[in-house]
Design a protein around this ligand. Structure first.
Ligand code: ADP
Length: 493
């Protein structure tokens, strides 16, 4: 779903810098090759799938240009037609390194600067890049950095989900015992910075890591857990897990039992990151475009950037409200409704706009009347759509159809209904969804991350309106989620 944001982003880059094509590659942490993340090419129909991994270095002119751009942390231009993997793109080809920069988290730390990929543009209209183009490409590559790093963090999140505890530190070790990547928390646990590129032996304190790695390699299921005492004499639990490529992921946890509150905080931070990245990126680009002098033709693009930022900030407000309400439910409090009369169809349009990036990879089939006035808590009812739609996208493959329906049942009720063609829910599990906090089907755990609270909230909101929630599903075929709510609230109060 995040690559949908990158796709749109790359499209915008080509539009702003006026090139026929643009591509964003991430730099593989483990293999140091380029992996295409989003590619657009207006004329020749190149897509991400038509480009494979690209080696960095003297193998090819493009690989060499990438190497130079990453080394000198600046743009490189190729003036000939250039091969990128199997494809040839037209000149001039601009290669801009994507460097992730972050201020230090603690005052004594150095700022972080890490190459995470490259942005490539080709076939510039008018034939040459000028200073303004370089500046724009640099700012845009800064935005791409945020998106790529977010993607890497997602990988980390997936790894975290594989452990039942809350890791404070994570590192990935190669079969040759070299540390390929480590997060800040792992650096603090081990007490050596940087960890990346060092041998385990070189950083090990009392051979604790060596013992753990030996235990992981020796265990039949590739897992092992051990206590780890840091140089500062703090105790952690260290769990090791062997990956398919014989690498070992080590997670350090301070507390062996995760709490719902910790998971919730993690999930919220995760959810808020996406809209915030979009907002920040859009504002930075607008800022730069204004600085460079706004042309008449830029107006429309700027307006689009502003609209998206506004939509995403409204979304953040709602996500925060939802989180506060979930905490209230946890604390055993009743949901309070702020009832007003509103148009359910307009609410649906709003959420479809907000979720555009989530839903981009799916075919959307919307079936709703022109208007359907009801009484209810508008924000909370939007959350019903939000949760159903997000799950439909999360638990089904891209390219499949998501059907949203809003309709009346008799004179007194309305239905909000979302149907997907996804993984489905085993019959025995149907009854637990939305009732048991934290419940997730085994099928869904393999498909996507989650914490099993959205449906609990959705059911509560539906029932607080005097309504009911229905789920129909078949494994491998798809699911329908439906909230049926009364049109009027006053007679119930
Ligand atoms: P989360 O998705 O964060 O785990 P939810 O409360 O939204 O939490 O959903 C609870 C569980 O219900 C999910 O983990 C998944 O097992 C199941 N589920 C929800 N929606 C769907 C769907 N559209 N298709 C298949 N399973 C679903």
């Amino acid at each position: 779903m995040r690559s949908a944001i990158l796709d749109r982003f790359v499209q915008k880059v080509a539009q702003i810098i006026q090139t026929e094509g643009a591509a964003c590659f991430s730099l593989g942490v483990a293999d140091n090759r380029l992996h295409p993340q989003a590619v657009i090419s207006r004329r020749d129909g190149i897509t991400r799938d038509s480009i494979g991994h690209v080696n960095i270095g003297a193998d090819s002119a493009f690989g060499q240009a990438v190497d130079n751009a990453l080394t000198q942390k600046g743009p490189v231009v190729l003036t000939d037609a250039t091969r990128i993997d199997r494809l040839t793109v037209q000149p001039p080809v601009l290669v801009m390194p994507i460097i992730w920069e972050r201020d230090p988290l603690e005052s004594e730390e150095e700022p972080v600067q890490r190459p995470v990929g490259v942005l490539t543009l080709w076939a510039k209209r008018g034939g040459q890049y000028d200073e303004d183009d370089y500046k724009l490409a640099e700012t845009l590559s800064g935005q791409a950095a945020a998106l790529l790093v977010e993607e890497q963090l997602d990988e980390f999140d997936d790894i975290q989900a594989a452990f039942s505890t809350v890791p404070v530190g994570l590192m990935l070790v190669s079969p040759e015992d070299e540390i390929l990547v480590a997060n800040g928390a792992a650096i603090r646990v081990i007490g050596i910075d940087p960890l990346q590129g060092r041998s385990v032996q070189g950083v090990d304190y009392g051979e604790q890591l060596a013992d753990l790695i030996e235990a992981v390699r020796g265990s039949p299921d590739g897992n092992a857990v051990a206590a780890y005492t840091s140089r500062e004499n703090e105790t952690f639990s260290a769990s090791g897990q062997c990956t398919q490529d014989e690498q070992i992921i080590i997670a350090f946890t301070q507390n062996p039992f995760s709490t719902a509150a910790e998971e919730l905080t993690g999930q919220v931070a995760h959810e808020l990151r996406t809209p915030l990245t979009v907002i920040q990126g859009n504002l930075q680009t607008i800022d730069l475009m204004i600085e460079g002098g706004v042309q008449a033709e830029d107006q429309e693009i700027i307006q689009e950037f502003i609209d998206t930022a506004l939509i995403q900030s409204a979304r953040m407000f709602r996500l925060i409200a939802e989180t506060l309400n979930i905490s209230r439910i946890h604390a055993g409090k009743e949901l309070e409704l702020d009832v007003e009369e509103f148009d359910l169809v307009e609410a649906l349009d709003l959420i479809l706009n907000e979720l555009e990036d989530y839903l981009m990879g799916h075919n959307l089939d919307v079936d709703a009347p022109d208007e359907l006035m009801i009484e209810g808590d508008r924000g909370k009812i939007i959350s019903i759509f939000d949760n159903y739609l997000k799950n439909a996208a999360k638990y089904s493959d891209t390219g499949t159809t998501i059907r949203v329906r809003v309709y009346e049942i008799g004179d007194d009720e309305v239905a909000i209904e979302v149907t997907d063609q996804g993984i489905g829910i085993p019959r025995d599990d149907l009854d637990k969804i939305g009732k048991e906090a934290g419940f997730r089907t085994d099928l869904s755990k393999d498909q996507a991350g989650g914490i099993g609270l959205g449906m609990v909230y959705t059911r509560r909101v539906t029932e607080a309106h005097g309504g009911r929630m229905e789920i129909e599903s078949e494994v491998g075929v798809g699911s329908t989620f439906r909230s049926i709510i009364p049109k009027r609230q006053e007679q119930r109060q």
